[in-house]
Design a protein around this ligand. Structure first.
Ligand code: PLP
Length: 568
């Protein structure tokens, strides 16, 4: 297919989290879901690849909601129900201990192929107690900061050594976010400190749009933890940074680097001006067969051949008939409302416009923006035909800000009961994500600019013909076609006036814009102009579903990231 695919060797896709199946709680959120979709698209497209991740078998906790208070229950899952143990191991020197890293294998299977996912596991009897928990929970939740660093060392160094033990011939290491950056140190060691040779082997995807969120560690701490002083000295010299900055390390030692949307590329150029030339943009995409609801899938099958293998054919969705599309959508909506009734006891009406909002409960996603002016929200929902809303989202266990957001949303749900019917689905996961993006009428997204690097749930919605109502951030800056694929909330991304506002002022501006869009555009189109609404639904699939899919994303990686090696 392209020069790279003829070359020998595998792409090793290394990620702190990978979402594989609903009952294997291996992931925290969007990054893991994206990694899972990427591996599925590798399988579909026959890309020789292998994923590497920590086992994360302690899960992230199951969310329980009672009167708006979220609590978490341990969500250990049984690796042997999903993975096969591999008879290999490697060791990583951490402080005074030699830690053994074992491995499991999961087969990521799609209709067209499969790729292996190797999960690293330090929970072995020969390891000291402190090291046994290093691969148990995503992002070292529950670990202290030193152990979180050790977890990254296990991922990066362990990935290289375990793939070696498995006899993989790795052509390219793809660092999905900076967590695996110690991989660079290991490659430096084994090349006899040859930075150019390391650069030839690595590509890097950054996902972080905010300076403070890029991880940095003291060199002294790394030096004390790892026996890789020479490699560290080389990194220090090449990145000339005060601290070991995972993103800078990955940028400096990758032959190719990318941001995850056009908007995020601009933001990243501003964060790392010295790498401006180096940072490309590959906008994320979602795996079509995974996220397309069954009724819309059946409906599309009647009009478009082979779109699962060639999702760009979804462009033909402009031809889908009104009645067929509406019936398919309503069936998916009823499925969602059934799930809501089952899990929350709240009965919602399939003929009422339903907004969906499902996100990790973190402040930048602003899940409470909709409640800035509850009187205005009440008046909007008093439209003859009404408005109802389905929420979902977990915080990180132990994160007070997330707990506060979830309980605030519940307070509003209670206070507005009778005026604005709302429900909160507990324990947001892949299945809830699937049902919500397939069955809502409008997908709501309100991130604070420029905090959303890309966002993928709106792409899942678009694929199902569900329009997006969102602040212009992440992928929506490029995916928004006014009045065709959805609606924007508030000013354009680089508006100097907005950039000068305080957070509170920006919230007020965006909330007003959100209410205006609902009252002036969304409700009138939904209830009074069904023909136009169906045009928007078709356009969502034809313009955005046909482009924001994982096959296109992986095709771009093959063409620009993996093919860019001169050492092949
Ligand atoms: C798609 C998905 C995400 C990521 O969605 P964003 O829009 O990036 O927030 C997170 N969690 C689950 C369960 C998902 O399905």
């Amino acid at each position: 297919m392209n020069a790279w695919q003829d070359a020998d060797g595998h792409v090793a896709y290394v990620s702190m989290e990978v979402a594989i199946e609903n009952d294997a709680n291996t992931y925290a959120g969007g990054l893991g879901v994206l990694a899972g979709d990427t591996l599925r698209a590798f399988a579909d497209a026959d890309v020789p690849a292998v994923g590497v991740t920590p086992l994360n078998d302690a899960g992230l906790g199951e969310q329980h909601l009672e009167d708006g208070t979220q609590t978490y229950e341990a969500a250990d899952w049984d690796p042997s129900a999903f993975f096969d143990p591999l008879d290999v191991s490697a060791t990583v020197r951490l402080g005074d201990d030699t830690v053994t890293v074992g491995a499991w294998r999961y087969e990521v299977e799609t209709a067209d192929g499969s790729v292996p996912l190797v999960a690293l596991d330090t929970d072995r009897p020969e390891n000291p107690g402190w090291a046994r928990s290093l691969t148990r929970s995503v992002y070292g939740v529950g670990l202290d900061r030193d152990d979180a660093l050790a977890q990254e060392a296990v991922l990066g160094i362990g990935a290289v050594r375990v793939l070696d033990a498995l006899d993989y011939d790795v052509h390219t290491y793809h660092l999905n976010e900076g967590h695996a950056s110690p991989l660079v140190l290991e490659l430096l060691r084994r090349t006899g400190i040859d930075p150019d040779a390391v650069r030839e082997r690595c590509v890097f995807t950054t996902h972080t749009p905010v300076a403070a969120a890029h991880e940095a560690y003291d060199y002294d701490r790394l030096d004390a933890l790892l026996d890789l002083s020479e490699a560290l000295a080389c990194v220090r010299e090449r990145t000339s940074a005060e601290a070991y900055h995972t993103t800078r390390v990955a940028l400096a030692f990758s032959r190719y680097a990318n941001a995850v949307s056009k908007r995020h590329q601009w933001v990243t150029h501003d964060l790392f001006p010295d790498y401006r030339e180096h940072i490309d943009a590959v906008t994320n995409g979602v795996h079509v067969p995974t996220w397309l609801g069954e009724h819309v899938a059946d409906c599309l099958d009647a009009y478009i051949d082979g779109y699962r293998r060639a999702p760009s054919r979804l462009r033909h969705a402009t031809l889908v008939g009104d009645d067929d599309l509406w019936a398919a959508h309503q069936a998916q909506k009823r499925d969602l409302l059934e799930l809501v009734a089952e899990r929350t006891g709240v009965d919602l009406d399939p003929d009422v416009l339903t907004l969906g909002f499902a996100r990790r409960a973190v402040p930048y996603k602003r899940p409470t923006l909709l409640f800035e002016d509850t009187d205005r929200l009440r008046r909007i929902a008093a439209h003859v035909n009404g408005l109802q809303i389905v929420f979902a989202g977990k915080g990180f266990p132990g994160d007070d800000a997330g707990d506060a957001l979830v309980s605030e949303i519940h307070d509003h749900i209670d206070a507005l009961a009778g005026d604005v019917p709302m429900a909160y689905l507990p324990d947001y996961d892949l299945e809830i994500g699937r049902r919500m993006t397939a069955g809502a009428d409008v997908w709501l997204n309100t991130p604070r600019r420029p905090r959303e690097a890309c966002g993928t749930s709106g792409m899942k919605a678009a694929l199902n013909g569900v329009p997006h109502l969102s602040t212009l951030d992440g992928w929506w800056v490029e995916g928004h076609v006014a009045d065709a694929t959805g609606w924007r909330i508030g000013p354009p991304p680089f508006d100097p006036e907005t950039q000068a506002l305080s957070d509170d002022e920006e919230d007020a501006v965006d909330a007003t814009a959100l209410y205006d869009r609902l009252a002036d555009d969304v409700l009138p189109a939904y209830y009074a102009d069904r023909d136009r609404w169906l045009d928007v639904m078709r356009n969502c699939i034809a313009l955005n579903g046909a482009h924001y899919h994982a096959r296109r994303m992986v095709g771009e990686y093959c063409a620009s990231a993996y093919a860019s090696s001169s050492s092949a």
